[in-house]
Every structure is written in C-alpha cells, then in structure tokens.
Design a protein around this ligand. Structure first.
Ligand code: GLU
Length: 385
C-alpha cells in the first residue's frame, strides 16, 4: 500500500485554487466541494486542525455580476471579489455544515500577516476557532486591497497563514500533481519530482511561469510559497485537486511533491526571537531562576525580581541576571502589568491572581532563547523531519 502523505501532520493549512472550485462557465463545482468537505470532515475526525485558504471569489463574482470573460480592470475584479466572496463563504458554510462543522471567515491583507499586532490578533482568532472545532476559511480581502498592499495570489498568502498559525503542513491543491523538471504542458519529457529537499535556484528554474485558466499564480508563486513555508519549518505538498476527494487521494498515496522543511518550527521561532532588534521590556531574575533557564526551564514569576517597560502578551522581552547582564530573550506570556502583579509569587498564587486558564510561566521555554545560544541559532541546522 502507498504511504499516507498526510499522516505525519497535526495541523494543516489547505489552499484551494480557483480552478478547482469554479468551472470555466463561472459556476461553483458544488459536487466536487461536497466531496472535499467529506475529506475535511474525515481529517477533523482524526483530530487534525484544518485551516482552509480558499480562492474563487473573483471567479464566482464575475459570473454573478455578468462581467465578460475578458481581462478585468482592477476595479472590476475588486467588485467581483466583493460579490463572489459572499457566495464563496456560503458555499463553504453549506458544504461543511452538512458535517456539522462550523466555518469562520477571515479576510486578510498583507499588513495583517506582516505587522505584529494584527498578526497576533489574527493568530488568536484562528486558534480560538480551531479550539472550538470550527474550520477557518481564509481569503485575501481583495475588494479593499490595493496593488501595493496585496498578495495577489493565494499561494503565498496561504504560506504566510500556515507559518503564522504554525501549521506543520501546507497543502496546495492545484490542477497539477506537483513540480516537474520543466512545465509539462510545453515539455512532454519533463519528469515529476516526488520530493524537494531544499529550494535551490535549480528548483526555482524548473517552475517556469505557467498559470491555469483562473488562478493568478502558476508554479512560480507555489515555489515562493514553498520558500516561506519551509524556512519557517512547515512542510509543503503540491497535489492535484481537480478530481473528487483529493485529500482522501493523498491519504491513499496519490502522487504529489513534498517540500521538506528547512529547519524545525522550534528553530525557526527561536531564530525569529533572537532576530528581534528591540525588546519591549526587560525582567530581572534571581540567581536560581538564571540557573534554571540555563537548564532549559521556563521562566516562572517566582524568580522575577524586577519588571521594566511596557509589553503585551507575545512581545519580545529581555531577561537580565542579578548583575543586569542580558542572559535570554523570549516572548512574554503575560503583559507587563500582570508580570508586575505576579513577580516573586509561586505558581499557585499566580493562577489565583490571574485566574485559571492562565499559564503560570512568564516565558514558556519554547519561546525562550539563551543569549549564549545566539551563534548557534544562526547556523544552518538541518533537522530530520
Ligand atoms: N483571492 C483571489 C480570489 O479569491 C484568488 C487569488 C489566487 O487565485 O491565487 O479570487
């Protein structure tokens, strides 16, 4: 039996291209969507988190608004996106609703994935939806995005979403079953690549520029997506989605290209923390806490002797030893006022003061990097996946 390509992954972002959801007449492929919804319900029943990045708003909207098949102006495609997005959300809500799965819509512009404040907000909304068993349906907010502030293709958008929510896999469902040594439409002798260890210039050169009849991106934007995903520790699969039950097909070993992550997600996160130029605050710790951090422990409030600056949850803060020397950096799990309230207190008291559901650590060890480890984090590690 062929291997289940989705088996290793717990949290998947699945990108659906326009050409899969909408036919050449501008009609929704509702039977196909119904089958896909069955696949999604099956994955969720196995305990996996599923986030959908769905294209198709413009393709549906142009049909709804009677816009001709010729190239749309920017204004027309924004209008089409506006009308089409309603139909698209409705289609998803209906298809997944049949399996008693609730959907939540999130429309994104690049400032949301690139600016920390919005990023944290969007990430929290998505993880709250996932925690409640819902499936977030994401698209670009095309009707307000302008040329300068848009992704323009959902391949890269889905890669940013996948890394933002720390998905372990991004699946790009497309009209082609993966990457070939050259675009197969023009090169009949092109070979299919089952795996890509790392995205080299030679791999980029294989992508060519071909796009399908509706989608904005061809293989080039998929490779760009692969770079974003794999650098952040997320694997990427390109698979053919045109037939019915494409996810079930992947689970049964259908042909695809797997792009291996370049580093683990933990390494990527730690590198990112160390790369933060400015910290929003600093905490000073006692000698015991300083020693505990060296052995890989989380920073607990009990060891904190002083809190400086104003920071929010998720902000990068510095950790100083009793001599005032920075020994670590990390992402705060509490904001600075909470930190001041609980510093020096034991974990039971912390939970009492902040309420159940709050983490007793000020910086969880997954979000903490020792300053001595800085050189380490800049090396090009390659962890087996
Ligand atoms: N966001 C666009 C839409 O919903 C699709 C972009 C793409 O095809 O990648 O129509």
């Amino acid at each position: 039996m062929r291997a289940n390509a989705l088996a290793p992954y717990k949290r998947l972002t699945i990108k659906i291209g326009s050409a899969l959801l909408v036919d050449k007449q501008g009609e929704l492929r509702s039977a196909w969507l119904a089958d896909l919804a069955e696949d999604i319900a099956a994955l969720k029943a196995q305990g996996r988190d599923i986030v959908i990045v769905s294209s198709g708003a413009i393709a549906l909207g142009r049909g709804l608004l009677g816009l001709s098949a010729t190239a749309l102006t920017l204004e027309q495609s924004q209008a089409a996106a506006s009308a089409g997005q309603i139909a698209l959300s409705q289609a998803w809500a209906t298809a997944l609703g049949r399996h008693a799965i609730v959907t939540g819509q999130i429309l994104i512009t690049p400032n949301i994935t690139e600016e920390r404040r919005y990023y944290l907000n969007a990430r929290t909304t998505i993880s709250t939806l996932l925690g409640l068993g819902a499936v977030p349906i994401i698209n670009e907010n095309d009707s307000v995005a302008t040329a300068e502030i848009r992704y323009g293709d959902n391949d890269r958008l889905s890669a940013r979403v996948a890394t933002m929510i720390e998905a372990d896999c991004l699946v790009l469902l497309s009209d082609i079953d993966g990457l070939y040594t050259a675009p197969p439409a023009t090169h009949p002798d092109a070979r299919h690549l089952p795996e890509v260890a790392s995205i080299t210039p030679a791999i980029e050169a294989m992508a060519g520029g071909a796009a399908s009849h509706l989608s904005r991106g061809g293989m080039t934007t998929k490779i760009e997506a692969g770079k974003i995903a794999t650098q952040a520790g997320t694997a990427m699969l390109i698979a053919k989605g045109t037939e019915s039950h494409p996810l079930q097909a992947l689970a049964e070993g259908a042909r695809h290209t797997l792009f291996h992550p370049a580093q683990s997600r933990a390494q990527a996160r730690k590198r990112w923390i160390m790369g933060t130029l400015t910290v929003s605050g600093t905490v000073q710790v006692d000698a015991g806490a300083a020693r505990a951090l060296q052995t890989g422990k989380s920073l607990l409030p009990v060891g904190v002797t002083k809190v400086s600056g104003a920071f929010g949850r998720g902000d990068a803060i510095g950790v100083n030893n009793p001599d005032g020397v920075e020994i670590a950096r990390g992402l705060a799990s509490l904001h600075s006022e909470e930190a001041r309230l609980v510093m020096g207190k034991h974990s039971d008291t912390v939970v009492e003061l902040l309420g159940a559901g709050n983490r007793p650590a000020l910086i969880h060890r997954d979000n903490l990097v020792l300053v001595g480890a800085k050189e380490d984090s800049h090396e090009n590690h390659h962890e087996p996946s």
